[in-house]
Write a protein that binds this ligand. Structure first.
Ligand code: ADP
Length: 264
């Protein structure tokens, strides 16, 4: 194709194009592996509850067990949990695809974080948790996808409030360096043990399986957060001490670099 030839200026350009193609095919392979593992996880997560619900319902239909309201309620609760799981799976899949679909705009990060803080004041108050906001002294701008950034911070703050007992404190803050914006969320909550800490960003990971079962979480929130942070070429870190609290730090580069710019 003469158009391609016309835009290829020399060996250096060819090398760059080859690198871009390599990078793209590696990216596609990663996506494919990811989808494969997602299917495995999902099958695993669905099979046990479905089998158990089926056998309980069959026993009731066959008249082996009497129809028991408490039992029906349990089956209903489990179905609600599975529906939530499906919804979160969908969100996770969208978050992964976000790498290719984020809409970058220059955003005042102090203002954005403060808006999230305001949204969660009521939830914190009703739990008896003190929610604090620490802004920087100057406005601080970054190139981000506004909605996805709100989703990232909201997930972390909501977890912090959820896993902090009455009387505790959650601090949400913004900070900056010359080339990045830092958003942190510290809580004085239940904390995460050293053994669990490396896995909290894995999908479907819950520290306390029995507790989370009916209290809302399916263990996808933080894996969605991580995928969204990575879509911004950012990083997320966590430190925690069991019984004392946790601290999540998100670092977002101020300037979003496209794949091509990174290779240049
Ligand atoms: P979930 O939907 O279960 O909350 P997440 O992916 O958001 O799932 O978090 C994974 C696990 O990490 C949670 O089940 C919880 O055990 C732990 N976790 C997350 N945030 C905190 C926090 N601020 N304090 C203590 N534990 C946390």
């Amino acid at each position: 194709n003469w158009e391609v030839q016309a835009s290829v200026k020399g060996p250096e350009e060819v090398r760059r194009l080859a690198l871009t193609l390599n990078e793209l095919s590696r990216e596609l392979k990663k996506q494919e592996d990811w989808r494969h593992h997602l299917m495995e996880d999902l099958t695993h997560e669905l099979r046990t509850p479905l089998t158990s619900m089926l056998s309980q319902l069959e026993a009731m239909i066959d008249g082996i067990y009497e129809v028991d309201l408490e039992w029906l309620q349990q089956i209903y609760d489990e179905l609600i949990r599975l529906t939530r799981l499906m919804n979160d799976m969908e969100k996770l899949s969208e978050a992964e695809a976000a790498r290719f679909t984020i809409h970058i705009r220059r955003i005042n990060m102090v203002q954005l974080t403060q808006n999230v803080y305001r949204n969660f004041q009521q939830m914190a108050r009703s739990k008896g948790v003190k929610l604090q906001f620490v802004p920087t002294n100057a406005p601080c701008y970054a190139e981000v996808d506004r909605d996805k950034m709100i989703q990232i911070i909201s997930n972390i703050v909501s977890n912090a409030i959820k896993y902090t007992n009455e009387g505790g404190k959650v601090t949400l803050g913004v900070d900056w360096t010359t080339d990045s914006t830092i958003i942190y969320c510290k809580d004085t909550g239940i904390g995460i043990s050293e053994a669990d800490l490396p896995y909290v960003f894995n999908r479907l990971y819950r520290v306390d399986k029995s507790r989370s079962r009916f209290s809302g979480g399916v263990g996808l929130g933080l894996s969605i957060v991580k995928a969204l942070v990575e879509a911004h070429e950012g990083e997320i870190e966590v430190t925690s001490e069991l019984g004392h609290g946790s601290s999540f730090t998100v670092t977002i580069p101020n300037v979003y670099k496209s794949l091509e710019q990174q290779l240049a």
